[in-house]
Write a protein that binds this ligand. Sequence first.
Ligand SMILES: *[C@@H]1O[C@H](CO)[C@@H](O)[C@H](O)[C@H]1NC(C)=O
Ligand SMILES: *[C@@H]1O[C@H](CO)[C@@H](O)[C@H](O)[C@H]1NC(C)=O
Ligand SMILES: *[C@@H]1O[C@H](CO)[C@@H](O)[C@H](O)[C@H]1NC(C)=O
Length: 193
Amino acid sequence: MANLGNHRFHLLCGFQLFLLMQLQYKVFCYQYKVGDLDAWGIPTSANPLVYAKWSKYHNFAIGDSLLFLYPPSQDSVIQVTEQSYNSCNITDPILYMNNGNSLFNITSEGNFYFASGEPGHCEKKQKLHITVGNASAYSPSYGPSALPEIAPSYTNVFGSIPHPPSSSIALSVSVAITAVVVSAACAIICGIM
Ligand SMILES: *[C@@H]1O[C@H](CO)[C@@H](O)[C@H](O)[C@H]1NC(C)=O
Ligand SMILES: *[C@@H]1O[C@H](CO)[C@@H](O)[C@H](O)[C@H]1NC(C)=O
Ligand SMILES: *[C@@H]1O[C@H](CO)[C@@H](O)[C@H](O)[C@H]1NC(C)=O
């Protein structure tokens, strides 16, 4: 009987840990480096759909932010409407950022469309569409276990800068350690308090 009880206890702990990890995945705010690339730029011929693939494998939430890194003299980021995204019309953006270190803060649910502000870049697939919120309504959801499928190292235009492991994954591991730290950190970082 004691063994059975013990076994149940372990199952319970495992289940709680599982719940905790699910929970932290939803509540923690991440800063995503767009495309996991050190440079927002025209996709290389080796990986022309880098931005489409990248957004498909991430679940974005309110409080998260997108970091676009690029040499400021060479590129820029604009937020555009769905129509402008589809037609690569960059003439009347919703938001224009060109400081090379552009942070887009997600403050509402819905679809967000971005492109390079440089003429011709959008046509070469330097554009990004993300869905925030009920992602399952738009595309199949992928669990964290699906991430390694898109793990191949991307070559980038500005040379091979080795990039550290994804910060979001590192956070997942450390965050899973205690629920208290998760909620406290989230409350502080998200500015809920
Ligand atoms: C691009 O968008 C602007 C603003 O929405 C619009 O006035 C213009 O006609 C569009 N250009 C093209 C080629 O569709
Ligand atoms: C996003 O938030 C950061 C830090 O609060 C701020 O520096 C940045 O300007 C914001 N981005 C936009 C597009 O408002
Ligand atoms: C998400 O979208 C699906 C399909 O539109 C819908 O059935 C479901 O109720 C939505 N879930 C939430 C939490 O809004």
